[in-house]
Design a protein around this ligand. Structure first.
Ligand code: SF4
Length: 468
């Protein structure tokens, strides 16, 4: 039995575009979700993982599979449905999983034969058995799995071609920021894999660099931090010998021992959600750790950097509190904090989030011709009605922000710091070049987005908005 597992492309996601930006090659990682599903597939199946982000498959010339599994974040949903149509026209059943199918089950069922919601790896063998018995159900509900039972991912199922390998050590987050779908998908209980499983799996990864895909590696309380330290100690003792990056909340900076162990275990960069330069903005989205009293972002970033790690910071434009000038404020905050790389996003109401519920109830979802408009839910397009910024105003703000932070002068100055402090200067250089090139690609995409007739409906007037 032949099974294709497909990761759909989204041509307007800049980071997935390695054809027009070769520097993005240094920022892509193996699609862990499909690797996990492939690893949970019984051995009688011949499994092929197809990642459309790094290849352009000609499905006509490929052997006909017996079954297709497709995954999708919301921005990939349109392409996932196109892929489903291609295979269903050849009478090949298609099963869809991932966060979008979980949050928009009925929509997905309009395009595929079966949907697996939630965490899929434990229910997957049952889905395949039902298929083989010609009894495929329309919906399978994956539950929040006991992390002890997560099968080891077989990382060699995907060929070389990725700069980062990937691994997961925890799931869930109790913090529930309004724009984030982690709690809706993985739950608000922080669940950790057994440390010995993580260490063993780490050793099987071929790539020198690894992305730990956990939404918050260090968790939200003292118990979680103790577990993170145990993990790092075990990785050091086992000689894992990989360089890795991970997402963490800013409180990682509050514990010297945690930072020291993280570096010794191979951590060379942390991705931190700063989200807003104002306390009002942080309160609006419920980013609790960033709101902690006496939090000095500049000092926190300095401590992380002092331990040899790069700091990648993300901010959001389009909060209700954001007025014209927010782009400049974010760039200035990011520069004053001393972060190495800036990832600015546009507030996006993703299905399943509290933000979606709020904006939907206020009729503020602007790009709402679904499923077509899902392709704009990349976190880089103004898909909603923003309180104090019009559509073009939001785009101007993000462009202005990136222009300031990624000016040649600023890049050179940051890279000199990276070289002098010996903090992964080559990685920092490649990432800066990747961001800079993506900004140019994004400008073209924005022009196209604004000019396309269907999107003129997204423009709306607001007397306060639009000027920098
Ligand atoms: S801390 Fe991060 S993972 Fe947790 S809810 Fe907030 S954004 Fe999501």
């Amino acid at each position: 039995m032949r099974l294709y597992l497909i990761n759909p492309r989204n041509p307007i996601v800049s980071i997935g575009n390695i054809r027009n930006n070769r520097w993005n090659h240094y920022r892509i990682w193996k699609p862990l979700g499909l690797l996990a599903i492939a690893s949970a597939t019984p051995p009688e199946w011949d499994v092929k993982i197809i990642d459309e982000n790094i290849s352009d498959p000609d499905y006509d010339s490929m052997p006909r599979p017996d079954l297709v599994g497709v995954t999708a974040f919301t921005a990939q949903a349109c392409r996932a449905y196109e892929i489903a149509a291609i295979f269903r026209s050849r009478s090949v059943p298609v099963i869809m999983g991932g966060i979008h199918a979980t949050m928009c089950q009925q929509e997905a069922l309009g395009s595929v034969d079966s949907v697996v919601t939630g965490e899929a790896e434990l229910i997957w063998p049952k889905v395949l058995a039902d298929f083989q018995n010609a009894y495929l159900k329309q919906v399978y509900a994956g539950e929040h799995v006991d992390m002890k039972h997560i099968p080891m991912t077989k990382h060699d199922l995907l060929p070389y071609g990725y700069f980062f390998g990937s691994i997961q050590t925890t799931r869930g987050c109790p913090l529930n920021c309004s724009f984030c779908s982690v709690a809706a998908f993985n739950g608000s209980r922080y669940r950790a894999r057994p440390i010995e499983d993580v260490v063993q799996e780490f050793k099987t990864i071929r790539e020198k660099y690894v992305l730990i895909v956990d939404d918050n590696l260090i968790g939200a309380n003292e118990k979680h931090i103790i577990r993170a330290k145990e993990l790092f100690r075990a990785m050091i003792a086992a000689g894992v010998n990989k360089k890795w990056i991970a997402q963490a909340t800013i409180n990682i900076a509050d514990d010297e021992e945690l930072l020291t162990l993280a570096y010794k275990a191979g951590c060379r960069g942390v991705f931190v959600g700063f989200e807003s330069p104002t306390t009002e903005g942080l309160a609006e989205i419920g980013k609790k750790f960033n709101l902690a009293k006496n939090r000095n972002m500049k000092e926190s970033v300095r401590k992380i950097k002092q331990h040899g790690m790069l700091v990648v910071g993300s901010f959001i434009i389009g909060l209700d509190i954001d007025r014209p000038g927010i782009g400049k404020s974010i760039a200035q905050a990011a520069i004053s904090y001393g972060i190495d790389l800036l990832n600015t996003m546009i507030l996006t109401p993703l299905p399943g989030t509290n933000l979606w519920k709020k904006m939907e109830s206020e009729s503020r979802i602007a790009a709402n011709s679904f499923p077509d408009d899902w392709k704009y839910y990349t976190l880089t397009f103004p898909v909603a009605h923003y309180k104090q910024l019009c559509r073009d105003g939001v785009i101007k703000e993000i462009e202005h922000c990136d222009k300031i932070f990624y000016s040649v002068r600023k890049i050179v100055s940051r890279l000199c710091g990276n070289f002098l402090q010996k903090r992964s200067p080559l990685v920092a250089m490649m990432a800066n070049l990747s961001y800079k090139r993506n900004i140019r690609l994004a400008q073209k995409t924005y022009r196209h987005f604004c000019l396309s007739p269907q999107n003129t409906r997204l423009q709306y007037q607001n007397s306060n908005s639009g000027n920098l």
